[in-house]
Design a protein around this ligand. Sequence first.
Ligand code: IPD
Length: 314
Amino acid sequence: ATAVALAKEVGPAFKDGFWRTGQFSKVSDFAAEDKLGNKADCVTAVDRYIEKTIFDRLRQIYPTHKLVGEESTAESGNGCQVTDDPTWIVDPVDGTNNFVHHFPYTGISIGLAINKEPVVGVIYLPILDELYTASRGAGAFLNGEPLPLIRPPALTSPTALSQCALVSEHGSYRSQKTMSLRLRSLARLLTDKQDGGGCLQNLRITGGACPDLTLVAKGSAELYWECGPHVWDFAAGVVIVTESGGAVFDGAGWWGSDIPESERIPKPLNMWNRKIVAVRYIPDLPDKPGSGRELQKKLAKELLDLVDDFEYPP
Ligand code: IPD
């Protein structure tokens, strides 16, 4: 409830910044800066305003909780450390590059982790008017409707990558090494195989890790893959995906609402700076209980086998 109230509270400022109206109507107020001279990685007065507003409130409500935010971490220059303490993990404007270009796939992400495990996730995409909410064991919702929105039989059970849509992001580190590994991976994923084995049915790039994860939770894309997102890019989104029946994988294990302890990623938040794959809820095949979970693993493995492993920053 706190995360939802905070997201709603800063929504009007987000919209003002996006449309350059109200309190952010002066372009000088709005001006985007490059983080550390990286033109693809920008920050605006709106990012700082929203993060500060959310953190000020959280400090009042939960004085002992830890806070990790994209902008304060960037400004401190010390990186971020997530401990076992209750920790709020906030990206005030995920997809800032979209925000600057008035491209609507951008939003506010608020996650809460306890023992390094994300347990609450709220993503608000104000321009699309979509509020995603989830907490561990209690399901995931879009504007109050349970996720995934698309349900069986309309929601099918893909058995191969060739039946899948992937959402994936470039990140903002564009060195030659990083980009050539990424583009080589995408070429493998998109090219027909000689043996008739499938490439992906489609690839979409929205420009934001958070909107991507909401598309997977909604059932609009089967897979999300990215190498090296930051913890604030996925802390809320992985709760929303897993509570919608999806699963999240990294090289070391996987994470989902009913995954046995032995198969789980030990500390999901250590996934930072590694590859991460999210797979949407897959209904069981007729008369095959458990087959949906097996298909999630199979698709993630097929994808991970085709992509290079690279780190950000390179
Ligand atoms: C970024 C976006 C981008 C993704 C990066 C994120 P930001 O978030 O989600 O699509 O590739 O990993 O850092 O910097 O705009 O909040």
